[in-house]
Write a protein that binds this ligand. Sequence first.
Ligand SMILES: NC(=O)c1ccc[n+]([C@@H]2O[C@H](COP(=O)([O-])OP(=O)(O)OC[C@H]3O[C@@H](n4cnc5c(N)ncnc54)[C@H](OP(=O)(O)O)[C@@H]3O)[C@@H](O)[C@H]2O)c1
Length: 330
Amino acid sequence: MKSKVIKLAGLPVGIPQAANFTMVVEVLPTIQNGQLLLKTLYFSVDPYLRAKMSGGHQPPLYAGDIMYSRGIAEVMESKHPGFNPGDKVISFFEWREHLVHNGEGISILDNKGFQLSNYLGVLGTTGLSAYFALADIGKPKAGETMVVSGAAGAVGSIAGQIGKLMGCRVIGIAGSNDKVEWMRSVLGFDGGINYKNTPSIADEVARFCPNGVDIYFDNVGGVISDSVISRMNNYGRVVVCGSIADYNDTDVNFGPRLLPLVVYKKLLIQGFLIADYRDRFAEGIVQLQQWITAGKLQFAETIIDGFDHLPEAFIGLFNGRNEGKMIVRV
Ligand SMILES: NC(=O)c1ccc[n+]([C@@H]2O[C@H](COP(=O)([O-])OP(=O)(O)OC[C@H]3O[C@@H](n4cnc5c(N)ncnc54)[C@H](OP(=O)(O)O)[C@@H]3O)[C@@H](O)[C@H]2O)c1
Protein backbone atom coordinates (compact mmCIF):
# COMPACT_ATOMS: atom_id res chain seq x y z
CA MET A 1 0.00 0.00 0.00
CA LYS A 2 1.27 3.45 -0.90
CA SER A 3 0.89 6.43 1.43
CA LYS A 4 1.79 10.12 1.30
CA VAL A 5 4.18 11.52 3.90
CA ILE A 6 4.98 15.20 4.61
CA LYS A 7 8.49 16.13 5.68
CA LEU A 8 10.19 19.33 6.70
CA ALA A 9 12.32 20.08 3.62
CA GLY A 10 14.26 22.87 5.28
CA LEU A 11 14.08 25.05 8.36
CA PRO A 12 12.08 28.25 7.78
CA VAL A 13 13.60 31.68 8.10
CA GLY A 14 10.82 33.98 9.31
CA ILE A 15 7.25 32.95 8.49
CA PRO A 16 7.14 29.33 7.21
CA GLN A 17 6.60 28.93 3.47
CA ALA A 18 5.22 26.06 1.36
CA ALA A 19 8.75 25.42 0.08
CA ASN A 20 9.80 24.43 3.61
CA PHE A 21 7.75 21.23 3.23
CA THR A 22 7.97 18.31 0.86
CA MET A 23 5.61 15.41 0.15
CA VAL A 24 6.83 11.95 -0.74
CA VAL A 25 5.05 8.67 -1.38
CA GLU A 26 6.19 5.64 0.59
CA VAL A 27 5.21 2.00 0.38
CA LEU A 28 3.88 0.76 3.71
CA PRO A 29 5.07 -2.59 5.08
CA THR A 30 2.45 -5.28 5.84
CA ILE A 31 1.52 -5.26 9.52
CA GLN A 32 3.09 -7.86 11.80
CA ASN A 33 1.81 -9.34 15.08
CA GLY A 34 1.42 -6.55 17.64
CA GLN A 35 0.90 -3.89 14.96
CA LEU A 36 -1.97 -1.80 13.58
CA LEU A 37 -2.69 -0.22 10.23
CA LEU A 38 -4.10 3.27 10.82
CA LYS A 39 -5.76 5.71 8.47
CA THR A 40 -5.39 9.26 9.74
CA LEU A 41 -8.64 11.28 9.84
CA TYR A 42 -7.75 14.64 11.41
CA PHE A 43 -4.58 16.48 12.29
CA SER A 44 -4.15 19.44 14.58
CA VAL A 45 -1.75 22.10 13.31
CA ASP A 46 -0.27 24.22 16.07
CA PRO A 47 2.02 27.21 16.58
CA TYR A 48 4.42 25.18 18.77
CA LEU A 49 5.53 23.30 15.65
CA ARG A 50 7.17 26.55 14.50
CA ALA A 51 8.92 26.84 17.87
CA LYS A 52 10.23 23.29 17.36
CA MET A 53 11.75 24.41 14.04
CA SER A 54 13.87 26.99 15.84
CA GLY A 55 14.70 24.74 18.78
CA GLY A 56 12.61 26.68 21.30
CA HIS A 57 10.22 23.77 21.91
CA GLN A 58 11.79 20.41 22.72
CA PRO A 59 12.45 18.07 21.04
CA PRO A 60 13.33 20.19 17.99
CA LEU A 61 12.38 19.45 14.38
CA TYR A 62 15.26 19.24 11.90
CA ALA A 63 15.33 19.51 8.11
CA GLY A 64 14.39 16.12 6.66
CA ASP A 65 12.27 15.08 9.66
CA ILE A 66 8.75 13.80 9.09
CA MET A 67 6.32 16.37 10.51
CA TYR A 68 4.09 15.22 13.35
CA SER A 69 1.33 16.61 15.54
CA ARG A 70 -1.69 15.42 17.48
CA GLY A 71 -4.17 13.60 15.32
CA ILE A 72 -7.09 11.20 15.21
CA ALA A 73 -6.95 7.99 13.19
CA GLU A 74 -9.09 4.95 12.48
CA VAL A 75 -7.84 1.40 12.92
CA MET A 76 -8.08 -0.29 9.50
CA GLU A 77 -6.40 -3.60 10.43
CA SER A 78 -5.26 -4.91 13.80
CA LYS A 79 -2.90 -7.64 14.87
CA HIS A 80 -2.75 -6.01 18.31
CA PRO A 81 -4.91 -7.38 21.17
CA GLY A 82 -5.84 -3.92 22.42
CA PHE A 83 -7.41 -2.54 19.23
CA ASN A 84 -10.13 -3.55 16.77
CA PRO A 85 -10.81 -2.39 13.22
CA GLY A 86 -13.05 0.68 13.34
CA ASP A 87 -11.62 1.98 16.65
CA LYS A 88 -10.90 5.72 16.57
CA VAL A 89 -7.62 6.54 18.26
CA ILE A 90 -5.83 9.72 19.34
CA SER A 91 -2.13 10.42 19.77
CA PHE A 92 0.77 12.26 18.17
CA PHE A 93 1.03 10.93 14.62
CA GLU A 94 3.49 11.49 11.83
CA TRP A 95 1.98 13.42 8.92
CA ARG A 96 1.08 10.30 6.90
CA GLU A 97 -2.20 9.31 5.29
CA HIS A 98 -1.75 5.75 6.58
CA LEU A 99 0.70 4.40 9.07
CA VAL A 100 1.82 1.18 10.67
CA HIS A 101 1.88 1.55 14.47
CA ASN A 102 2.76 -0.63 17.44
CA GLY A 103 -0.04 0.88 19.58
CA GLU A 104 2.32 2.53 22.07
CA GLY A 105 1.05 5.86 23.40
CA ILE A 106 -2.25 5.81 21.54
CA SER A 107 -5.66 5.82 23.21
CA ILE A 108 -9.05 4.72 21.95
CA LEU A 109 -11.32 7.74 21.70
CA ASP A 110 -14.85 7.45 23.04
CA ASN A 111 -16.23 10.67 21.60
CA LYS A 112 -19.53 10.52 23.56
CA GLY A 113 -21.72 12.56 21.24
CA PHE A 114 -19.02 15.10 20.39
CA GLN A 115 -17.40 15.43 16.97
CA LEU A 116 -14.03 13.65 16.69
CA SER A 117 -12.33 16.92 15.69
CA ASN A 118 -13.43 18.53 18.99
CA TYR A 119 -10.83 16.34 20.73
CA LEU A 120 -8.10 18.26 18.90
CA GLY A 121 -9.57 21.63 19.91
CA VAL A 122 -11.96 22.56 22.68
CA LEU A 123 -11.69 19.06 24.25
CA GLY A 124 -8.04 18.71 23.28
CA THR A 125 -4.83 20.35 24.39
CA THR A 126 -5.89 23.88 23.40
CA GLY A 127 -9.16 23.87 25.37
CA LEU A 128 -7.36 22.14 28.23
CA SER A 129 -4.57 24.76 28.17
CA ALA A 130 -7.17 27.51 28.54
CA TYR A 131 -8.82 25.65 31.41
CA PHE A 132 -5.79 24.62 33.47
CA ALA A 133 -3.66 27.72 32.86
CA LEU A 134 -6.47 30.01 33.91
CA ALA A 135 -7.45 27.90 36.92
CA ASP A 136 -3.91 27.42 38.26
CA ILE A 137 -2.17 30.68 37.30
CA GLY A 138 -4.81 33.26 36.37
CA LYS A 139 -7.05 32.38 39.35
CA PRO A 140 -9.92 34.61 38.18
CA LYS A 141 -12.18 36.30 40.73
CA ALA A 142 -15.58 37.80 40.00
CA GLY A 143 -15.37 41.48 39.13
CA GLU A 144 -11.76 41.37 37.91
CA THR A 145 -10.68 42.58 34.46
CA MET A 146 -9.05 39.98 32.23
CA VAL A 147 -7.37 40.63 28.89
CA VAL A 148 -6.75 37.77 26.44
CA SER A 149 -4.42 38.01 23.44
CA GLY A 150 -4.83 35.67 20.47
CA ALA A 151 -8.40 35.87 21.71
CA ALA A 152 -10.20 34.45 18.64
CA GLY A 153 -7.85 31.46 18.42
CA ALA A 154 -8.17 27.98 19.85
CA VAL A 155 -6.80 28.69 23.34
CA GLY A 156 -7.80 32.34 23.59
CA SER A 157 -11.46 31.90 22.63
CA ILE A 158 -11.91 29.32 25.39
CA ALA A 159 -9.81 31.16 28.00
CA GLY A 160 -11.87 34.33 27.55
CA GLN A 161 -15.16 32.49 27.95
CA ILE A 162 -13.96 30.71 31.08
CA GLY A 163 -13.01 34.14 32.42
CA LYS A 164 -16.60 35.25 31.75
CA LEU A 165 -17.96 32.11 33.47
CA MET A 166 -15.86 33.08 36.52
CA GLY A 167 -17.45 36.54 36.56
CA CYS A 168 -14.64 38.58 35.01
CA ARG A 169 -14.92 41.50 32.61
CA VAL A 170 -13.12 40.13 29.53
CA ILE A 171 -11.44 42.08 26.73
CA GLY A 172 -10.03 40.16 23.77
CA ILE A 173 -7.29 41.21 21.34
CA ALA A 174 -7.31 39.70 17.83
CA GLY A 175 -6.36 40.49 14.25
CA SER A 176 -9.58 41.41 12.41
CA ASN A 177 -12.87 43.25 12.87
CA ASP A 178 -14.77 40.02 12.12
CA LYS A 179 -12.93 38.26 14.94
CA VAL A 180 -13.64 41.15 17.32
CA GLU A 181 -17.32 41.00 16.38
CA TRP A 182 -17.39 37.20 16.91
CA MET A 183 -15.78 37.56 20.35
CA ARG A 184 -18.40 40.10 21.38
CA SER A 185 -21.55 38.66 19.81
CA VAL A 186 -20.96 34.91 20.08
CA LEU A 187 -18.39 34.43 22.85
CA GLY A 188 -19.89 37.16 25.07
CA PHE A 189 -16.68 39.15 25.65
CA ASP A 190 -17.15 42.67 26.97
CA GLY A 191 -14.95 44.26 24.33
CA GLY A 192 -12.42 43.55 21.64
CA ILE A 193 -9.40 45.26 20.09
CA ASN A 194 -8.26 44.66 16.52
CA TYR A 195 -4.50 45.03 16.98
CA LYS A 196 -3.96 45.26 13.23
CA ASN A 197 -5.90 48.50 12.72
CA THR A 198 -5.19 50.25 16.00
CA PRO A 199 -2.66 53.11 16.01
CA SER A 200 -1.84 52.44 19.67
CA ILE A 201 -2.63 49.10 21.31
CA ALA A 202 -1.65 50.63 24.66
CA ASP A 203 -4.24 53.42 24.27
CA GLU A 204 -6.93 50.90 23.34
CA VAL A 205 -6.10 48.72 26.34
CA ALA A 206 -6.32 51.81 28.55
CA ARG A 207 -9.67 52.77 26.98
CA PHE A 208 -11.18 49.29 27.40
CA CYS A 209 -9.70 48.71 30.86
CA PRO A 210 -10.17 51.99 32.74
CA ASN A 211 -9.64 50.20 36.06
CA GLY A 212 -6.47 48.41 34.90
CA VAL A 213 -5.89 44.72 34.16
CA ASP A 214 -5.97 42.02 36.84
CA ILE A 215 -5.32 38.96 34.65
CA TYR A 216 -3.53 38.85 31.32
CA PHE A 217 -3.85 35.54 29.44
CA ASP A 218 -1.04 35.86 26.93
CA ASN A 219 -0.93 33.80 23.76
CA VAL A 220 1.15 36.13 21.61
CA GLY A 221 3.92 38.06 23.38
CA GLY A 222 5.59 40.96 21.54
CA VAL A 223 4.25 44.51 21.47
CA ILE A 224 0.72 43.43 22.44
CA SER A 225 2.02 41.98 25.70
CA ASP A 226 4.19 45.02 26.45
CA SER A 227 1.06 47.16 26.12
CA VAL A 228 -1.12 44.99 28.34
CA ILE A 229 1.46 44.29 31.05
CA SER A 230 2.05 48.04 31.38
CA ARG A 231 -1.60 48.36 32.52
CA MET A 232 -1.54 45.62 35.17
CA ASN A 233 -2.96 46.28 38.63
CA ASN A 234 -1.32 45.41 41.94
CA TYR A 235 -1.04 41.63 42.35
CA GLY A 236 -1.99 41.10 38.70
CA ARG A 237 -1.36 37.66 37.21
CA VAL A 238 0.13 37.08 33.75
CA VAL A 239 -0.45 33.62 32.30
CA VAL A 240 2.25 33.13 29.68
CA CYS A 241 0.74 30.46 27.44
CA GLY A 242 2.36 31.34 24.11
CA SER A 243 4.40 33.90 22.17
CA ILE A 244 3.36 33.44 18.55
CA ALA A 245 4.37 37.03 17.70
CA ASP A 246 7.96 36.03 18.45
CA TYR A 247 8.15 32.53 16.94
CA ASN A 248 9.22 33.76 13.48
CA ASP A 249 11.74 36.32 14.73
CA THR A 250 15.11 36.23 13.05
CA ASP A 251 16.59 38.91 15.37
CA VAL A 252 16.47 39.20 19.12
CA ASN A 253 13.87 41.88 19.91
CA PHE A 254 13.71 43.92 23.08
CA GLY A 255 10.65 45.67 24.45
CA PRO A 256 10.44 47.96 27.45
CA ARG A 257 12.10 46.67 30.61
CA LEU A 258 9.13 45.41 32.61
CA LEU A 259 10.85 44.08 35.73
CA PRO A 260 10.52 47.33 37.77
CA LEU A 261 6.78 47.15 37.10
CA VAL A 262 6.77 43.52 38.24
CA VAL A 263 8.29 44.68 41.53
CA TYR A 264 6.14 47.72 42.20
CA LYS A 265 2.88 46.12 41.07
CA LYS A 266 3.85 42.82 42.73
CA LEU A 267 2.96 40.88 39.56
CA LEU A 268 3.00 37.15 39.12
CA ILE A 269 4.22 36.14 35.65
CA GLN A 270 4.18 32.39 35.11
CA GLY A 271 4.77 30.19 32.10
CA PHE A 272 2.55 27.21 31.39
CA LEU A 273 2.96 23.98 29.42
CA ILE A 274 0.00 21.66 28.94
CA ALA A 275 2.29 18.60 28.95
CA ASP A 276 2.56 19.02 32.74
CA TYR A 277 -1.18 18.31 33.03
CA ARG A 278 -1.43 14.94 31.20
CA ASP A 279 -2.63 13.20 34.36
CA ARG A 280 -5.50 15.68 34.72
CA PHE A 281 -6.78 15.73 31.11
CA ALA A 282 -9.85 13.59 31.96
CA GLU A 283 -10.90 16.02 34.71
CA GLY A 284 -10.58 19.02 32.38
CA ILE A 285 -12.45 17.30 29.54
CA VAL A 286 -15.40 16.51 31.83
CA GLN A 287 -15.68 20.16 32.90
CA LEU A 288 -15.40 21.49 29.33
CA GLN A 289 -18.01 18.97 28.10
CA GLN A 290 -20.39 20.05 30.86
CA TRP A 291 -20.07 23.72 29.91
CA ILE A 292 -20.59 22.92 26.20
CA THR A 293 -23.63 20.73 26.89
CA ALA A 294 -25.12 23.44 29.11
CA GLY A 295 -24.67 25.97 26.29
CA LYS A 296 -22.19 27.99 28.37
CA LEU A 297 -19.14 27.48 26.16
CA GLN A 298 -19.03 28.16 22.41
CA PHE A 299 -16.23 27.05 20.13
CA ALA A 300 -15.24 27.25 16.48
CA GLU A 301 -13.11 25.07 14.25
CA THR A 302 -11.54 26.14 10.98
CA ILE A 303 -11.35 22.86 9.07
CA ILE A 304 -9.14 22.65 5.99
CA ASP A 305 -9.82 19.62 3.80
CA GLY A 306 -7.11 17.43 2.36
CA PHE A 307 -3.90 15.84 3.62
CA ASP A 308 -1.89 17.82 1.05
CA HIS A 309 -3.06 21.06 2.70
CA LEU A 310 -1.40 20.38 6.07
CA PRO A 311 1.51 22.80 5.41
CA GLU A 312 -0.86 25.50 4.12
CA ALA A 313 -3.08 25.16 7.20
CA PHE A 314 -0.03 25.39 9.48
CA ILE A 315 1.23 28.50 7.66
CA GLY A 316 -2.28 29.99 7.97
CA LEU A 317 -1.80 30.20 11.75
CA PHE A 318 0.70 33.00 11.21
CA ASN A 319 -1.63 35.17 9.14
CA GLY A 320 -4.74 34.64 11.24
CA ARG A 321 -6.62 32.39 8.79
CA ASN A 322 -8.30 30.52 11.63
CA GLU A 323 -11.18 31.35 13.93
CA GLY A 324 -11.04 28.91 16.83
CA LYS A 325 -9.04 25.73 16.27
CA MET A 326 -7.21 25.11 12.99
CA ILE A 327 -7.69 21.46 11.98
CA VAL A 328 -6.97 19.48 8.83
CA ARG A 329 -9.43 16.76 7.76
CA VAL A 330 -7.43 14.14 5.90
N1 LIG B 1 1.72 26.52 26.72
C1 LIG B 1 1.02 25.53 26.18
O1 LIG B 1 0.97 24.40 26.67
C2 LIG B 1 0.28 25.86 24.92
C3 LIG B 1 -0.71 25.00 24.42
C4 LIG B 1 -1.40 25.38 23.26
C5 LIG B 1 -1.05 26.59 22.64
N2 LIG B 1 -0.06 27.36 23.18
C6 LIG B 1 0.28 28.65 22.60
O2 LIG B 1 -0.87 29.48 22.68
C7 LIG B 1 -0.90 30.34 21.57
C8 LIG B 1 -2.20 30.14 20.81
O3 LIG B 1 -2.19 28.81 20.28
P1 LIG B 1 -3.45 28.25 19.51
O4 LIG B 1 -3.18 26.83 19.23
O5 LIG B 1 -4.67 28.64 20.25
O6 LIG B 1 -3.36 29.04 18.14
P2 LIG B 1 -4.47 30.00 17.56
O7 LIG B 1 -4.59 31.17 18.48
O8 LIG B 1 -5.68 29.22 17.26
O9 LIG B 1 -3.84 30.43 16.16
C9 LIG B 1 -2.83 31.33 16.09
C10 LIG B 1 -3.39 32.77 16.03
O10 LIG B 1 -2.36 33.65 16.44
C11 LIG B 1 -2.59 34.91 15.87
N3 LIG B 1 -1.30 35.46 15.44
C12 LIG B 1 -0.49 35.00 14.47
N4 LIG B 1 0.61 35.77 14.36
C13 LIG B 1 0.47 36.75 15.28
C14 LIG B 1 1.26 37.89 15.67
N5 LIG B 1 2.43 38.14 15.08
N6 LIG B 1 0.80 38.69 16.65
C15 LIG B 1 -0.38 38.44 17.26
N7 LIG B 1 -1.18 37.40 16.95
C16 LIG B 1 -0.75 36.57 15.98
C17 LIG B 1 -3.52 34.72 14.68
O11 LIG B 1 -4.77 35.36 14.97
P3 LIG B 1 -5.00 36.93 14.72
O12 LIG B 1 -5.91 37.01 13.54
O13 LIG B 1 -5.62 37.38 15.99
O14 LIG B 1 -3.66 37.57 14.44
C18 LIG B 1 -3.74 33.21 14.62
O15 LIG B 1 -5.05 32.86 14.26
C19 LIG B 1 0.33 30.06 20.74
O16 LIG B 1 1.35 30.96 21.09
C20 LIG B 1 0.71 28.65 21.15
O17 LIG B 1 2.08 28.39 20.99
C21 LIG B 1 0.60 27.01 24.29
